[in-house]
Ligand binder design. Sequence first.
Ligand code: SF4
Length: 443
Amino acid sequence: MLAAMPPTPDATAPGAAGPDREVPDRGRADACPGALRLHTADDGALARIRLPGGLLTDRQAIALAEAAEALGDGELETTSRGNVQLRGLAPHCAAELADRLRAVGLLPSDTHERVRNIVASPTAGLDTTAEGAVGNADVQSWVRELDARLCAADWAAGLSGKFLFALDDGRGDVAALDADVTLVAGPGGTRLLRLGRDGRGHPVESGREVTAVLDAARSFLAALRTHGRKAWHLREVPELLPAGTVPLPAFAGSAPAVGALRGGLSVGLRFGRASAGQWRTLVAASAGELRLTPWRGAVLPGAPADRLPGLAAAGFRTEPGSAWERATACTGLPGCAKSLADVRTDAARALDAGAAVRTGAGPDGLLPVHWSGCERRCGHPAGRWVDVLATGRGYRVTVNGANADVPEPDAAKAHEMNAVVTNAVVTNEEMAEAVAEARRTTK
Ligand code: SF4
């Protein structure tokens, strides 16, 4: 498998905390937005609706589009956990939004709505390679069971809104997301449970998968109480966790390829966003079920390949190899007042132009790229990536995520940190070329 490559954190959060960073103060409640607790942003209120496993029926998906149009800015935004955010919400709309969500089963628990953070292999059961079927388990059934039991457990309401469960069918996609509790299905019914970022797993008996996952989360809360500690994530208190016994493999962390699968379709959303109209096109192309991915895409189980041209015409990514692959951007203007630019508009222009300057390298040969409106770099990828930062007088293009904490352009410092400054500051016109060049960097 390839080296692990976690995706971006949720778009409204600052960059992911790494193992080498300080653990923040956890003596306060987390401020993660939810469907009932809205976050106040510069473009209005923001609601984050948890979708365990990214799973949506067509009826639920349409209800989200209707809510976006009636109450928000008419757009739907997907997150790095396969959830959906509605932005630009009118003041005092929380009760109506909750009613709309309840009516279609998207708010099964008021007390637990923010802890339903579950990612699962989105193409489980739908794809194959020359060697045969990929994956070792129907993780979507685990998602439903885990969600139901989580919502029914009083203790689970004590988890942070950032606590993440990952259910991986064995291909190593969501297992690379460094969730708090990860269950990996192996061949022959073998299962391994990973706690935090431990490099070793705990064997789990087949049939006890969901019980083992819940027990791990409950034990974490109990250990915090016993030791008088405050933490949101298992990785913050590795000394309190039982060590695993079985070495875990490296996880590929690859997003599903866009296009036709053996059992459905896979498409990408540009910057993870879709207008309500685009969203309806997506729902119409489905066979009644959608799975949003942690990589800002959607998988449509059972949808026929002849729906791909219509999806491409509606603006979805349907063919691999585009410059849009592994390209992300923070909210920027007008949604975030801290931004020095409308980064998504500028980035879209550069990516569309960048298609023409790409080499024949496959998407895995290109570094991820992330545009930021300010130095917080919300939602940037982990690992090695191209940093495109608005400066107020153009964009600075830099290679290497390790440079993300360097506050000012500083070639000497960048060199120390093994970063490569390709161009101090580029204009919008120069950006496509500079970004394409930086993404091809291999050293
Ligand atoms: S402008 Fe800055 S604070 Fe605002 S979303 Fe972008 S990176 Fe985050």
